[in-house]
Design a protein around this ligand. Sequence first.
Ligand code: ATP
Ligand code: MG
Length: 225
Amino acid sequence: MIVDARGVSRVFSMPAGPVTAVREVTLQIRDGDHIAVRGPSGCGKSTLLHMLGCVETQTSGTLLFDGQDVSRLSDARRSLLRLRHIGFVFQRFFLLPMLTARENVELPMSEAGLPRAARQQRVRELLEYVGLAARADHRPSQLSGGEMQRVAIARALANGPRLLLADEPTGELDETTGAQIAALLDRVNQSGTALVIVTHDPALANRASRVLTMRDGQIESEQVA
Ligand SMILES: Nc1ncnc2c1ncn2[C@@H]1O[C@H](COP(=O)(O)OP(=O)(O)OP(=O)(O)O)[C@@H](O)[C@H]1O
Ligand SMILES: [Mg+2]
């Protein structure tokens, strides 16, 4: 078991009153899972993803990551857990514009303290894996959208995460490029990394083995393929 979320809620305090983004969600994620999360805008998908990724802490309920109660970890331990075990991919890529593809992918390994020679070897392997060995020295502005997303996926895989979380990873891409990213994410899953993908893209959701539909902060239904 990677994540065991029991009745987790996330309430934001706002001047106009509390906003419940996620309401008592219970969800278990196991090694190798391939999960898609769908639902209308504002139903809490991103907020749930942030809690699964230990970026945000629930306001009630319990979330265990690899058996550890995440809310009881210090900020430093929680950052370390994220760095080692969780990869994030976003709709707008969020690559660092001043760094090349190679340097973007290398950064999480530097943060994890991997020695330089091992980092360089792993960056080569990862850029090869996403089909971008020939673009290693390009900055994000010198890459296409699909290429930027492939660099972002390589970066998310840098430290060999058990769980890869993606928030509308094909949302900015055309259909063909989106299909390439979907195929790449399939390969990532087949090599053993659990995936949770928030998506409005049916082509992406249809590849998942569990499809969760959210509404008003809750998981309304789950379809298992
Ligand atoms: N930091 C925040 N502060 C206050 N309210 C928030 C915050 N983040 C999200 N919300 C509210 O929580 C609800 C769920 O937001 P969330 O971003 O999780 O939705 P979503 O399902 O990802 O939507 P979309 O498909 O548009 O990305 C929304 O009503 C939103 O306004
Ligand atoms: Mg969202």
